[in-house]
Design a protein around this ligand. Structure first.
Ligand code: GLU
Length: 235
């Protein structure tokens, strides 16, 4: 189990993400991390131990970003270290991702990606999925749906369970979530929308919760959201 939360809105993401992690801490307390989309780069903070350690370090480097994702980890693959703490960044720096679950065939996928010259910084199964998305993205032509298509192509290659939230540097107003076997819910508010493992993470900030079914993908873009199957059909 792990807890994930993502924020996309008109306000500043930092406080809602850290508050959300505090509410999700029951799902994992090995380490916690956050990543913000700052326009031309991601800024990150990751700490082992409780969410309060992360909250202290985030306070110091304070971000004004209005798009971000965060995670509280219960380690399944890899020790409790900062490099194994989510969010994970793809080798090319284009994607950042948080994951709840276990990618059972990550060794095979990692070997495939290593053969393409991709290096890894952690021992986690999660970093492999992040890089798999980056790999598909690099193979796709430019276009509005390139980010969504990369996620749609990567997920069917994974065996096991996932609830993910992922950001792409080229899409400063977009967050994608998807689930199979791990819970995921979209929260809709007046000023912001959310993706989280549990609706308690955005209580008081969202008015409506939309629960994803297994095999569905949520695309939050600006003030809009849509839910499709992995094949791209409206759900
Ligand atoms: N497998 C991932 C890790 O070990 C996520 C853990 C989980 O969701 O429990 O970092």
């Amino acid at each position: 189990m792990c807890g994930i939360i993502g924020y996309l809105g008109n306000g500043i993401a930092q406080a809602p993400l850290i508050d959300g992690l505090r509410r999700l801490e029951y799902r994992g307390y090995d380490s916690a991390g956050v990543a913000f989309h700052e326009g031309s780069e991601f800024s990150m903070a990751r700490e082992t131990g409780r969410v309060k350690n992360l909250a202290e370090s985030v306070q110091k480097q304070s971000s004004n970003a209005s798009l971000g994702i965060a995670h509280t980890r219960w380690a399944t693959h890899g020790a409790v270290t900062v490099s194994n703490t989510h969010p994970h960044v793809s080798h090319d720096g284009k994607f950042v991702m948080v994951h709840n679950g276990v990618i059972e065939n990550f060794t095979v996928l990692k070997r495939f990606l290593s053969g393409k010259g991709i290096d890894f910084e952690s021992e986690t199964d999660s970093e492999v999925l992040c890089n798999l998305i980056a790999f598909h993205y690099s193979e796709l032509p430019e276009g509005e749906e390139r980010f969504m298509d990369a996620v749609r192509q990567a997920l069917p290659q994974c065996r096991g369970a996932y609830g993910i939230a992922v950001l792409c540097l080229d899409y400063p107003d977009t967050m994608i979530g998807a689930r199979r076997g791990s819970p995921l819910v979209v929260g809709l508010g007046d000023d912001a929308n959310f993706i989280a493992s549990d609706a308690s993470a955005f209580v008081g900030r969202a008015k409506e919760a939309v629960f994803l079914n297994d095999g569905e993908l949520a695309v939050l873009q600006g003030n809009d959201f849509r839910i499709t199957t992995l094949e791209g059909q409206e759900a």
